[in-house]
Design a protein around this ligand. Structure first.
Ligand SMILES: [Zn+2]
Length: 283
């Protein structure tokens, strides 16, 4: 089984996770810029984080034969802090980088006026930079958050075929499907979907435009839940081709719209990281 995890926060994970993912068949990941738990107080903290998402983290993934790309944005939660707002001015520089395959994750956390502005501004940046957009739906008040997100997407003028609406569930999938966006499902302990619930959704709607991710991060989460979903699909009678479509070809097709996806074979492990001269020759 070849697996592309289209939403995982590897910054928060260990090298043991990379090892287990590689052994499970994960060959590519997309890491969206997000909230790190500890609030940031100035744009410089974001610049260093964005640099690590396009420099250090792809290097780390590469040591396990995994291709790593990023999406870059000011996340919905920190969009509410005026000290973070100047991050919007940093984005054009990062959205021009090779390893950046979408604007994201953007969208709503608490649906505040500040979030409205930052969400719309970043959809405009996606249009300006000819990039797809990864849109997070809020965990609280999800149905209202989803329909409001779809309204903002529509108003922006972006082609819905270039939008991935993520963290969907049984309640929100119909509205997203009707809007013509790509459908993202996070298989995440407790708060989101399980592999069995995901299989039921796939039975009902089929694999078209459906992406499955682990959304693994600093919370209780599991980077192998993509594999577990593929296994549950096979056990439920899905063909291997349907599994490959959901776990590989759909993310390739969605993020491929950036024209920046590089899935060529990686060089042999053992290279040294040259992105930050301070680390050169270090331990
Ligand atoms: Zn996320």
């Amino acid at each position: 089984m070849r697996i592309f995890d289209p939403h995982i926060h590897m910054t928060s994970r260990t090298t043991d996770d990379y090892q287990r993912m590689a052994e499970a068949g994960v060959r590519a990941v997309v890491e969206p810029a997000f909230w790190l738990g500890q609030p940031r107080t100035n744009p410089g903290s974001f610049a260093d984080y964005f640099d690590s998402l396009i420099g250090w983290e792809p290097f780390r993934a590469g040591q396990f034969g995994i291709r790593h790309h990023a999406t870059i944005a000011l996340n919905p939660k920190e969009a509410n802090d005026p000290r973070c707002r100047p991050v919007l001015d940093l984005l054009p520089r990062y959205l021009a980088k090779d390893g950046v395959v979408a604007v994201g994750e953007i969208g709503y956390d608490s649906m505040t006026p500040a979030e409205d502005e930052v969400f719309a501004a970043q959809l405009a940046l996606a249009l300006d930079h000819d990039l797809p957009a990864l849109v997070h739906t809020p965990h609280r008040d999800k149905a209202r958050g989803t329909s409001r997100s779809l309204d903002v997407v529509k108003e922006s003028g972006i082609d819905p075929g270039r939008v991935l609406l993520d963290h969907l569930n049984e309640v929100t999938v119909d509205a997203a499907r009707d809007a013509g966006v790509w459908l993202g499902f996070s298989i995440y302990p407790d708060t989101k979907m399980s592999p069995d619930r995901m299989v039921e959704i796939l039975r009902r709607y089929g694999p078209e435009r459906v992406l499955v991710n682990s959304a693994a991060d600093w919370g209780r989460s599991d980077p192998l839940l993509t594999l577990r979903t593929g296994e549950a699909m096979l056990a439920a009678g899905f063909e291997a081709d349907a599994v490959d479509r959901v776990l590989w070809r759909n993310p390739v097709e969605f993020y491929g719209q950036s024209k920046r996806l590089d899935l060529s074979a990686l060089p042999e492990a053992g290279a040294t990281y040259a992105g930050n001269s301070i680390l050169r020759g270090g331990s």
